[in-house]
Write a protein that binds this ligand. Structure first.
Ligand code: GLY
Ligand code: MN
Ligand code: MN
Length: 406
């Protein structure tokens, strides 16, 4: 029912004669005749709830037709069961269903001449075949409408995101408890792999387990070095549960105790993160968290003599403070409306993830070298403020040292 509600809500925003065509992702080949695990297209899944490959949904105010793979005894022995054409209308709440092989032939019957066709301009091969079949139609992008809908999570989505967050929180907790000097980064990653699979989820993005200087490589994913006593480890890992992402970063000492310089840098990032989270409420500008983190981090680094008062902060904090999160880890939705930063509204979910990264910089006191710290949580905007979906995961210095040493 939730998907039907979304289709109706989308159509209400479009022309009366609108027809929406939306297809799922293609199956991606990995090597030879093996494929990557299939993941549905986020927009398609949002509007249909259907997870099989090779499917196209076509819906208007009068009709919802789904094109999908027909039953195939031979292929189902190899690839698993298919919903099939006969069972699709009931299972997916559709009026009609047809084999995907018939789409080019039937699409012109379903879509009358005077319809406005709303589609995804960046869509895949199936869609370009359809648009070839549909000549003399007006084509418009449906994407801005879906993006705006997806920005506001409904209660069903929030409960899935909370479940996704809980799984990731637990995995980070396990990693804190099990990390010790001498382990490889991939051994720590395997804690996440195992915990995610055990909870019917997958990684939402390539996990980062970065010891020491590796934490200063923002997209480090090699995860193949040894974790050394005296270093910090930065872990950015989150699962995807029922297609909903969580995105968490924690940084902690490999040996279980922070050194003084590590504490100093960590505390600045933590103060910045907490202050930014506290600013998130309906009506506040979406640019506010970043303004807050940059101010606190700048002042903190100046205080430690790492940054000059007019110095360039981007050498130590070179990314934004957050992004929308939902079906995609970097979720859809505009940050600006008519060139102006929009305001937070109930239902939005954003990450807050400031960081400080100090490599082997000759100009900086060596006690701060190879310290990379990021702290990241997922924040849901409520009626009066916010709820941190990942709040159960500790981040205070004393709590981290205590969990690691007990
Ligand atoms: N894990 C991706 C990000 O933090 O944006
Ligand atoms: Mn993130
Ligand atoms: Mn992250």
């Amino acid at each position: 029912m939730i998907h039907q509600k979304r289709r109706i809500s989308l159509l209400k925003q479009l022309d009366d004669n609108a027809v929406v065509i939306i297809s799922t992702n293609p199956q991606q080949q990995r090597s030879g005749d093996t494929s990557f695990p299939f993941r549905p297209n986020s927009n398609f899944y949002y509007l249909t709830g259907f997870k099989e490959p090779e499917a196209v949904a076509v819906f208007s105010n009068n009709n919802y037709t789904i094109f999908l793979r027909p039953k195939d005894k031979e292929r189902e022995i190899w690839d698993g069961k298919r919903l099939g054409v006969d069972d699709a209308p009931k299972a997916l709440n559709a009026d009609k269903s047809h084999s995907i092989n018939m789409i080019q032939e039937l699409i012109t019957d379903i879509i009358e001449k005077d319809c406005a066709v709303f589609f995804d301009p960046d869509s895949n091969e199936i869609d370009s075949n359809i648009s070839e079949a549909l000549t003399n139609h007006e084509f418009k992008s449906v994407i801005p409408y879906i993006n705006e809908m997806r920005l506001f999570k409904d209660s069903n989505e929030i409960s899935l995101m909370k479940k996704s967050a809980n799984i990731s929180v637990k995995a980070h907790e396990l990693a804190m408890k099990k990390t010790k000097p001498g382990l490889h980064e991939y051994e720590v990653q395997s804690i996440f792999d195992g915990h995610f699979i055990k909870n019917n989820s997958v990684h939402a993005y390539s996990p980062i387990v970065a010891g020491g200087e590796n934490a200063c490589v923002l997209h480090y994913t090699e995860n193949n070095k040894i974790l050394n006593d005296g270093d910090l480890v930065l872990i950015d890992a989150g699962c995807e549960f029922e297609c909903y992402a969580s995105d968490i970063t924690r940084t902690f000492p490999v040996c279980g105790s922070f050194s003084r310089p590590q504490k100093e840098i960590y505390q600045i990032v933590l103060d910045a993160q907490i202050a930014a989270i506290n600013s998130i409420r309906p009506g506040a500008k979406v640019s506010e968290p970043h303004q807050i983190t940059t101010k606190i981090i700048r002042e903190g680094l100046i205080g430690l003599g790492i940054l000059e008062s007019d110095g360039d902060l981007s050498q130590f904090f070179m990314h934004g403070t957050g992004h929308w999160i939902g079906l995609d880890v970097h979720d859809v939705g505009d940050y600006k409306l008519k060139d102006e930063h929009r305001t937070f509204q109930k239902g939005m979910v954003i990450t807050v993830e400031p960081g400080i990264y100090i490599g082997n910089n000759d100009k900086i006191n060596p006690i701060y070298h190879n310290i990379g710290v990021r702290i990241e949580d997922d924040v849901f905007v409520t009626d009066n403020g916010n709820t941190v979906l990942t709040a159960d995961l500790i981040k205070e210095i004393t709590d981290i040292e205590s969990i690691m040493n007990n």
